[in-house]
Design a protein around this ligand. Structure first.
Ligand code: GAL
Length: 651
């Protein structure tokens, strides 16, 4: 065992004695440890997202939090300094700022060596960290039956483990297995792409083979990829911790509790919380306790949720998330499967409930394979007991020219839904806010024959009488949403008139058709992706501008009645998505899809966005963020990781 600092050790002995004293009272106190990764402190300028200098302050706060808890040890996962490749003394000086903070920890501390640490120089590093070897194993008396193994990911080059270390690793695991111990491995480098999208160990194969061969290994906990990640492969939970250096304005560290059949991770700041079950393949699926924005979001089978442009319905104790099932590649933007549905009780863990509405093999069907079927939404009709789905439909082979609304119905929330028909809404009816000039234009619509429009913002479009043009055949309907008011009345809101103007249209009592009452909103403002909610008697709209799959700035509006008058508000988004470095001007890379009312919490709404990947549609990501209401409207602030408890906190 490597003792890292004397004072830490002495204090820890005292802590052990005290713990023993209170042992009877704390009979069921579980072993626990703290982990922090990629502090990467440096007395130098960073950037908005990579904040070297501020990392020290965050580490101090992290130490304070750790000291306020009962922990058996604290470990840092390497790259505690950023360092300077050609300036070892400078790198050393930075390390000298970091280590005293560790010395303040009351729990014993352990260090993992990362690639940046090497800027200090191997000898100086070993001396300062109190390590005779960068790979070692330790156990703590309070965590009976557990062995902790620290690996050196650089002893044969950057991200390469030597054969000598590998042999030692195999031996160590062999012994642990024979002794009936459970093992947690700590290394700077993650091993799996599914747990770290961009940065990993250069040659992880032999290590992975060794892990596979030893069922005693419970977890591989790493850093290096500051965005973090998680995957389970066979019996091993692969955790990549978020980096402290990339948590300005927040933090990133975690407490792990060894709780019999599971490991409980409690994340702080950007680091999420999870419940990791032990026991190999038969163990229950990992329970996610946090939303993790912009990342792969696995369902109960470990597959990325495939419900894009979606919406959520709450029925009889469960949430149902419906969305576009996409396939790989550009072809994935067309409907090859249909509408996928997932169910959940807690909004973070989703069970695959299959395809709720299948596209048809019959080429004559309006929803034939290869059509465009977007932004499906489902509402429940209490009068008929039916589940009603509406979606944006484009007929196969006709690009985006059809601009129709499809409707399907089911007896159960997960379907199967039966396709009924499609239409262009509100044929032969004028909106409630029609003008005499718009009506008069009916006489001249013949002159518009053959005119085409791009579907994007265009100064010419407002010159044409599109409302009158589509009066007889029904209004165009593309990006859409549904909203059910407290009185059970349902509304369909959609981008109409070549995407230039939103229409909000009342549905019939059975929700299966349009009732013939509608209003034009935000004329020639090119709102897309509309989503509505109601709070405190006011109606709120979230929407996007009109730039296809490319992100733009979000739009917002508020009204005292659903029919208006609607007042446009400023862009509600605040902050930056560190994964793509996109901020409010690009809605964090996303486009709105829905506003989800959280059950059992007052005024709690989540704004749902899609980060589209038009080149590989199936890889589209989700961003779910809490709405915070203000006097004027609402704000949607970026959060890397969060959970529903934010709704319980005072604003
Ligand atoms: C977006 C729209 C998507 C999809 C896409 C096609 O603006 O919100 O649902 O229709 O355009 O380019």
């Amino acid at each position: 065992m490597n003792v890292l600092n004397r004072s830490g050790r002495i204090i820890s002995m005292v802590a052990v004695v005290l713990a023993l004293g209170g042992c009877l009272a704390q009979a069921e106190t579980r072993p626990a440890f703290g982990v922090v990764a990629d502090i990467q402190y440096g007395d130098k300028e960073g950037s908005v997202l990579r904040d070297y200098r501020g990392s020290l302050k965050r580490l101090e706060q992290c130490a304070e939090t750790f000291n306020s808890q009962r922990l058996d040890f604290v470990i840092q996962l390497g790259d505690s300094v950023d360092g300077y490749p050609t300036n070892a003394p400078g790198s050393c000086a930075d390390l000298d700022q970091v280590l005293p903070v560790f010395n303040r920890l009351t729990a014993p501390t352990y260090h993992v060596v990362g690639n940046h640490c090497l800027n200090v120089g191997t000898n100086a590093l070993a001396l300062k960290l109190g390590l005779t070897n960068f790979y070692y194993t330790f156990s703590v008396p309070t965590a009976k039956g557990w062995r902790f193994v620290v690996l050196d990911g650089n002893d044969a080059g950057y991200g390469v483990v030597s054969d000598r270390q590998l042999a030692w690793f195999r031996d160590t695991l062999g012994q642990a297995q024979a002794a009936g111990e459970k093992v947690i491995c700590f290394c700077h480098f993650p091993l799996l792409k599914t747990a770290a999208e961009h940065h990993r160990m250069a040659k992880p194969e032999e290590i992975l083979k060794t892990l596979d061969a030893h069922t005693c290994v419970a977890a591989w906990i790493a850093g290096h990829e500051h965005a973090g990640g998680y995957a389970r492969q066979r019996h091993v939970h692969h955790l990549t911790m978020r980096g402290l250096v990339e948590a300005p304005g927040s933090t990133a560290f975690a407490r792990f509790e060894l709780a019999g059949d599971r490991i409980l991770e409690t994340g702080f700041g950007n680091e999420p919380s999870r419940e990791l079950f032990l026991g190999g393949a038969s163990a229950p699926q990992t329970r996610r306790l946090s939303f993790e924005n912009g990342r792969v979001w696995p369902d109960d089978k470990g597959v990325h949720i495939n419900a894009h442009g979606g919406g959520v319905l709450f029925r009889e104790g469960a949430y149902y998330w419906y969305g576009e099932h996409k396939i790989e590649g550009k072809a994935g933007n067309l409907a090859h499967v249909g509408v996928h549905v997932y169910s959940s009780k807690d909004l973070t863990n989703w069970k695959d409930e299959g395809v709720a509405l299948k596209v048809s093999d019959d080429p004559a069907s309006e929803i034939a394979t290869g059509c465009v079927l977007e932004r499906p939404k489902v509402i429940y009709n209490a009068k008929t007991g039916k589940y009603v789905m509406w979606f944006h439909l484009e007929l196969k082979g006709q690009g985006y020219s059809a601009a129709r609304s499809g409707v399907a119905v089911a007896d159960a929330p997960a379907g199967p839904f039966t396709y009924l028909r499609s239409e262009r809404p509100d044929a032969g009816v004028w909106p409630v806010n029609v003008t005499e000039a718009q009506k008069a234009a009916l006489a001249t619509v013949g002159q518009m024959k053959g005119l085409t429009f791009s579907g994007g913002p265009n100064p010419d479009t407002p010159k044409h009488a599109l409302l009158a043009r589509d009066f007889a055949g029904g209004q165009m309907a593309r990006d859409m949403n549904l909203f059910v008011d407290d009185d059970g009345k349902a509304y369909h809101i959609f981008a109409s008139e070549e995407n230039s103007t939103l229409h909000l249209s009342l549905l019939s009592d059975d929700y299966l058709s349009h009732a013939g009452t509608y209003v034009r909103l935000f004329e020639h403002r090119w709102h897309e992706a509309p989503a509505l909610c109601k709070r405190g008697g006011r109606y709120y709209l979230l929407a996007s501008g009109c730039t296809g799959w490319a992100p733009n700035a979000a739009r917002a509006a508020v009204a005292p009645s659903i029919w208006g008058p609607w007042t446009e508000l400023a862009n509600p988004c605040v902050g930056v998505n560190p994964l793509n470095r996109l901020g409010a001007e690009k809605t964090f890379g996303g486009q709105s899809a829905f506003i989800l009312p959280v059950q059992g919490k007052k005024d709690a709404f989540i704004a749902l966005f899609d980060i589209w990947k038009p080149d590989n549609a199936i890889d589209g990501r989700y961003v779910w963020l809490p709405l915070r209401f203000t006097d004027e409207g609402f704000a949607v602030a970026w959060r890397d990781t969060w959970d529903l408890s934010v709704f319980d906190q005072a604003e």
